[in-house]
Design a protein around this ligand. Structure first.
Ligand code: FDA
Length: 302
């Protein structure tokens, strides 16, 4: 990222919300469920799978956590009723994981019951490091109770990840991972900081997951990692039911088309909801053309 872009990243909190809303449009399906359904229908027509995420995290009370549950139950019904090729992605802190773990687990269990009855699938997104162990434990619990209906995300920037893969896959129960680099700011003691080191650990982790027979959602927009993953898939002779590529809505669409054209399944992460601001800021910080994008949105009216 160039100097001007780094400057824009630092000043992002001061960019007016209306401007952030305008430039983050491609990354978000909309405010309401109907917009997410429409977005997924369009993606499905183009041959992409989807996973729907309701924006929001770190609730401060259980009324909000119950609202999160209600929202996801509606999403699952909408997926079912509209025959969408989509599952759901949830952030455990949206259900109060950091407030009261048992209550959060109960709310998530309510979602798992509907996932199970609709024969769908729930992905536990991975948040920052205070949540890592608890999220893996949630995964362990639910995969025993609802085999094949739940998966977890691991992050290659964490030094612990290869160890976690070993522990999780040793149990002999079918495993379903999403592997990503990781988006939160973590201390060097527990996380690789150097760009190539995170990539190297991604490749190591992916190899460990695939060799252990786990299904892997290969979540990245990094050409280098896509290339490494494709080489690994070919070398291991993996069939498409063993993995899929996963990408975020609005990011590197040409690359996602190319991956699909090469015969791989691709799932798109489709966020929607009113809490768009935090998610948008994270996406914008990752956007290498950030300065130009912000400049255009500030000064050019559509
Ligand atoms: P990298 O950030 O190096 O990006 C590679 C290239 O992609 C860049 O050079 C750029 O060209 C392009 N690019 C990336 N982001 C862009 C953007 N916003 N706009 C335009 N271009 C962009 N993280 C986490 O901690 N927990 C989680 O549960 C998840 N879940 C998740 C699901 C899915 C489906 C994906 C794809 C990602 C996540 N992530 C995540 C986020 C992930 O950890 C990571 O931050 C981003 O995917 C960016 O990392 P890349 O591997 O794409 O590499």
């Amino acid at each position: 990222m160039g100097l001007i872009d780094q400057f824009v990243v630092k000043t992002l909190p001061f960019v007016p919300r209306a401007v952030v809303a305008r430039i983050s449009k491609p990354y978000i399906a909309g405010d309401h469920l109907a917009a997410a359904v429409e977005c997924v229908q369009a993606l499905n027509l183009k041959g992409f799978r989807a996973t729907i995420d309701i924006l929001g995290e770190f609730v401060t009370n259980f009324d909000q956590a119950v609202e999160s549950q209600k929202g996801y139950l509606e999403v699952l019904d909408a997926i079912h009723e509209n025959g969408l090729d989509s599952n759901i992605s949830v952030k455990p802190t949206s259900f109060g994981l950091l407030l009261d773990r048992e209550k959060a687990e109960k709310l998530l269990d309510g979602i798992m019951q509907k996932v199970n009855s609709h024969q769908n699938f729930m992905r536990l997104d991975m948040e920052d490091s205070p949540c890592t162990t608890m999220t893996i434990q949630l995964y362990e619990k639910f995969r025993q109770e609802y085999p094949g209906r739940v998966g977890v995300v691991l992050q290659s920037y964490l030094r612990r990840t290869v160890g976690d893969i070993k522990q999780i896959t040793e149990k002999g129960v079918p495993t379903n991972f999403r592997l990503c680099k990781g988006i939160y700011v973590e201390p060097e003691k527990i996380a690789f900081k150097e760009y190539q080191a995170v990539r190297d650990n991604y490749v190591r982790s992916l190899e460990a997951m695939l060799k252990a027979g786990a299904f892997v959602g290969i979540a990245t927009h990094d050409d280098y990692l896509v290339d490494q993953a494709e080489k690994m898939i070919q070398k291991m002779g993996l069939s498409p039911d063993k993995y899929e590529f996963q990408m975020l809505l609005g990011v590197r669409e040409r690359l996602r088309d190319q991956i699909k054209e090469r015969g791989h399944n691709v799932r798109i992460y489709v966020p929607f909801g009113k809490d768009w601001y935090g998610y948008s800021i994270r996406r914008l910080k990752e956007n290498p053309a950030l300065a130009g994008t912000v400049f255009k949105a500030m000064f050019i009216k559509n």
